[in-house]
Ligand binder design. Structure first.
Ligand code: 5GP
Ligand code: MN
Length: 386
């Protein structure tokens, strides 16, 4: 069937735990547009706080820490009206999220991507990276375990090179100069360099410190432009800087033909009067299923890069590292081989089952003064992370 239909996606930048307000805004847009959204994508600072025990693991000064509204969706008091997908930012219930390093359901109908992931929805490949860039932590493994030491509350949300290396393996084959291997890519902070591809004069006028930071290479994640050039996503969605900004990154092609450019969009924070939500309509096959599934290539990449995973605090030397360190890996190209993909195909149906969510912390029924007297959430073993 070659027919087409449109997937309707609502995108928000930072969520700040405002799930009620976000779903209400979506309902208003649905009424105006006369359609229903199929998916909500949140680009970090989501704040999946289950109870007061999750607050000490969130990087926010204690007097500003607040439960917000996610806990109602965790306890079952409310149900997300639209399938919701999110990456982490720099203000998260990091203890909860590190139960799910490779992603999983954090509540019915709400899916967290994990540190890095690529999944499919209606045949669209959606890749995401959680956290923000920090030079001092980027070469390390993910070693933080709750109850976090004071410093780990911050390093827990710093992005790691190993995850960006894995995402780069989603790139096209060397002789493929025309495809867009990824449809939508997500990160919380911006790819360093992105202002050059949009109206930077306008941006620097609006936000006076950005120009200086951009010039000195301090605005955003310096490794993400390479990810854009390698994976050529058709859309790139981000948040963090609390301003709506669009950009267009062209790609090199072959002769006069070239892949589609990357359309970058970052949105504002979710407060009334600010541009924090955007509707996207993307063509997909008319028989595309409106459900999530694992991406076979990503599963193969996770498997063939498993040698780079360590639970201890270790500096990870990556196979594509340029410099004086000799390459210790026999393999240089970690894009999945045909044989590796055949192994994954044996797994059969890769649909992500929707009924695997289980509460791992005591749900909060009501935010009473006594509810504050819970100890910091321990490290629960989440059955989905197996
Ligand atoms: P968050 O909401 O994550 O605490 O912080 C986002 C805020 O920090 C935004 O207001 C954003 O403009 C600011 N910010 C984040 N990174 C940078 C940066 O590299 N340079 C400047 N000037 N501001 C930044
Ligand atoms: Mn942020």
């Amino acid at each position: 069937n070659n027919g087409k239909k449109k997937v309707k996606i609502a995108v928000v930048g930072c969520s700040h735990g405002e799930m009620d307000a976000i779903y209400e805004t979506m309902a208003m847009i649905e009424e105006k547009k006369g359609y229903k959204f199929d998916l909500l994508i949140c680009c970090g600072d989501y704040q999946a706080v289950r109870n007061h025990g999750d607050l000490p693991h969130m990087s926010i000064p204690p007097k500003y820490r607040s439960l917000q509204t996610f806990y109602k969706y965790y306890s079952g008091e409310k149900k997300a009206p639209v399938l919701t997908l999110f990456i982490g930012g720099n203000h998260e219930a990091s203890g909860f999220l590190c139960e799910l390093p490779n992603g999983g359901w954090v509540a019915p109908n709400i899916f967290y991507m994990g540190f890095a992931n690529c999944i499919q929805f209606a045949g669209l490949r959606i890749a995401g990276l959680s956290g923000i860039y920090s030079h001092g932590d980027v070469d390390f493994s993910h070693y933080e375990r709750p109850a976090f030491a004071e410093r780990d509350v911050k390093s827990a949300y710093h992005v790691r090179n190993v995850d960006m290396f894995r995402l780069r393996q989603l790139k096209a084959a060397n002789n493929d100069k025309l495809s867009n291997p990824v449809d939508i890519m997500l990160s919380h902070d911006w790819p360093g360099g992105i202002p050059d591809f949009g109206d930077s004069a306008w941006l620097f006028k609006k936000k006076d410190r950005f120009k200086e930071d951009h010039k000195s290479g301090k605005l955003g994640n310096p490794a993400l432009m390479k990810l854009i050039y390698d994976c050529r996503p058709r859309y790139y969605l981000a948040a963090h800087l609390h301003i709506k900004f669009a950009a267009l990154v062209p790609h090199k092609g072959s002769g006069s033909e070239r892949p589609q450019p990357t359309r970058f969009l970052s949105l504002d924070k979710p407060i009334p009067g600010r541009e924090f939500m955007q509707a996207l309509e993307i063509n997909v096959a008319s028989d595309a299923k409106m459900e999530l599934s694992y991406d076979p290539e990503w599963l193969a990449i996770l498997k063939n890069t498993d040698l780079l995973t360590t639970a201890d605090k270790t500096k990870i030397v990556l196979p594509d590292r340029i410099g004086s360190v000799p390459c210790v890996y026999e393999r240089k190209d970690f894009r999945p081989t045909a044989e590796e993909l055949e192994e994954i195909a044996k797994l059969g149906d890769l649909t992500i089952k929707t009924d695997t969510f289980k509460q791992t912390a005591p749900p909060l029924k009501e935010d009473t003064p006594e509810a504050k007297n819970v100890p910091p959430s321990a490290y629960y073993r989440n059955p989905q992370s197996a």
